[in-house]
Design a protein around this ligand. Structure first.
Ligand code: AMP
Length: 483
């Protein structure tokens, strides 16, 4: 997977989690919630239910709609409380043994957990646990949580979980299920999102608000960084069991990951992307005839850019939405023809025009290179590429799939060199302060940075214990990230 460029029609995202407590048809509702979170991971999905006596586990590879919508699968998931997970593995570990939620029968009863984020000391903790006799059945960092809970000396489940999570570094937004309880936890920095909702009186936890909308649940609030919410039949209890830290939510969720119709921490993602586009236009407007997004990721920023620059917004590139990751080109000779599976230029819109091409980010540069060539082949007079984020210079160790730093175009080249590489007439990225302005901060350093922006700045807000001594590691979770 390390060699896979990002233009292979898979979204290499993180993971999505969803849970609902005491509600008939719980598994079907989780299926719908996970479908809304499909953009956060397409590799595999799982649901665990509790029927008041026992747990039921179903984990399948592929899209939610291809597996969990089958009646036979839902029939194997009885019970009124359920949690689910949709997965994109950040490294290594394909295969069903890494598909979440993880479930184990512990001495105190069953425990299921679904996790979004990457734990940056999982490997170190795992080695220590193995030395003391723990046996791991997956290569996922999430399994470490189960083992830490199982081996905690605390008496009550909630204390065991607090004990376990206090040992971990990095990013975790998770939902857990034990008999009579559902829990939701965000790491002290709140790197990944998690929201609390209410579906006709039944509490819901979800990675993003779009997953509440799909079932018609009301948004209650974001789970706060460092917060643990404990849902029981007596209501919802909130604890802040970890040492308080200044929150650092992932700013790349606003740039690319989250769905545009989601609201995170009081901000609408689509609105932020338009504001990003407007900032970009203010910073690097060029004489041009039309603004064209690279669909879909560049669309909201291109709208914001066009509005700010007073230029027409045009769909000069059309995306085919039916290209799945399993689409295999039938023969070798066709493969070598460079068939345009995913994007095609809308020639009548582009020919003879000076184009501002807007995309959200450049990672390896492969996508931009291909798209620019396509737009030139369609007769563009000039191509001015505008990127709705600062150059991506450093790998993410918190659950976003990025290649190792050396494979990031911006880690090897200046902006001028990148412009030559992708063959554009001009290239500009949004500045880091421009990005902060778009999320309503005066600048990055006006106060201490309010977000995790490590992919742009290399400033990692947690220690990276597993990385120490490892050379050129692509993703920290060598165990195979939870995503
Ligand atoms: P490339 O420069 O060819 O590696 O791909 C860059 C494009 O991939 C961007 O325009 C984004 O739309 C998308 N992208 C950015 N980050 C990621 C990521 N972590 N996983 C998958 N796609 C991404």
């Amino acid at each position: 997977m390390g060699e896979t460029p990002f233009d292979d029609d898979t979204l290499h995202e993180e993971c999505g989690v969803f849970g609902i407590f005491q509600r008939p048809d719980a598994a079907a509702l989780v299926t719908l919630g996970l479908h809304a979170l499909q953009h956060r991971g397409q590799e595999a999905a799982g649901i665990v239910t509790f029927d008041g006596t026992q747990f039921h586990v179903e984990r399948h590879s592929g899209l939610i709609g291809d597996t969990f919508t089958r009646q036979s699968v839902l029939e194997r998931l009885p019970g009124e409380s359920a949690i689910g997970h949709t997965r994109y593995s950040t490294t290594g570990g394909g295969g069903l043994r890494n598909v979440q939620p993880f479930f184990a029968e512990l001495s105190a009863g069953g425990f299921a957990v679904a996790h979004n984020g990457n734990i940056t000391n999982a490997m170190t903790v795992q080695r220590e646990l193995q030395r003391r006799g723990s046996i791991f059945s997956s290569t996922s960092d999430t399994e470490t949580i189960l083992h830490l809970v199982a081996t905690s000396g605390a008496r009550l489940f909630v204390d065991k979980l607090i004990d376990a999570l206090s040992r971990l570094e990095g990013a975790f937004s998770l939902v857990g299920l034990v008999p009579g309880k559902m829990v939701g936890v965000r790491d002290p920095l709140g790197i990944r999102p998690l929201v609390l909702g209410d579906f006709e009186g039944s509490p819901v936890l979800a990675s993003e608000t779009c997953a509440l909308d799909i079932i018609g649940a009301d948004f209650v609030r974001d789970v706060s960084p460092g917060e643990m919410v404990i849902v029981t039949e007596n209501g919802i209890e909130s604890l802040f069991p970890f040492q308080a830290r200044r929150p650092r939510f992932c700013i790349f969720e606003y740039v690319y990951f989250a769905r545009p119709d989601s609201n995170i921490e009081g901000r609408n993602v689509y609105d932020i992307r338009k504001r990003i586009g407007a900032e970009l236009a203010r910073e690097s407007k060029d004489a041009a005839d039309i603004v064209v997004p690279v669909p879909d990721s560049g669309v909201p920023a291109a709208i914001g850019y066009a509005q700010e620059a007073g230029l027409p917004f045009e769909l000069g590139i059309i995306r085919n939405h039916y290209v799945g990751r399993t689409f295999i080109q039938p023969t070798d000779s066709i493969r070598h023809m460079g068939v345009k599976l995913k994007h095609n230029a809308n020639r009548s819109m582009i020919e003879g025009k000076r184009i501002v091409l807007v995309d959200d980010s450049i990672v390896r540069g492969t996508t931009s290179q291909k798209i620019v060539q396509m737009v030139r082949d369609a007769g563009a007079a000039e191509v001015h590429m505008r990127i709705a984020s600062p150059p991506t210079r450093a790998s993410c160790f918190y659950g976003v799939d990025t290649p190792e730093t050396g494979k990031l175009l911006a880690s090897r080249m200046t902006v001028e060199e990148m412009a030559d590489f992708i063959k554009v007439d001009s290239l500009a990225f949004l500045s880091i302060d421009g990005l902060y302005r778009a999320v309503n901060e005066p600048s990055r350093n006006a106060h201490a940075p309010q977000f995790c922006d490590a992919c742009f700045t290399g400033d990692y807000p947690t220690s990276l214990t597993d990385l120490e001594g490892a050379d050129n590691v692509r993703q920290l979770s060598l165990l195979g990230g939870a995503g």
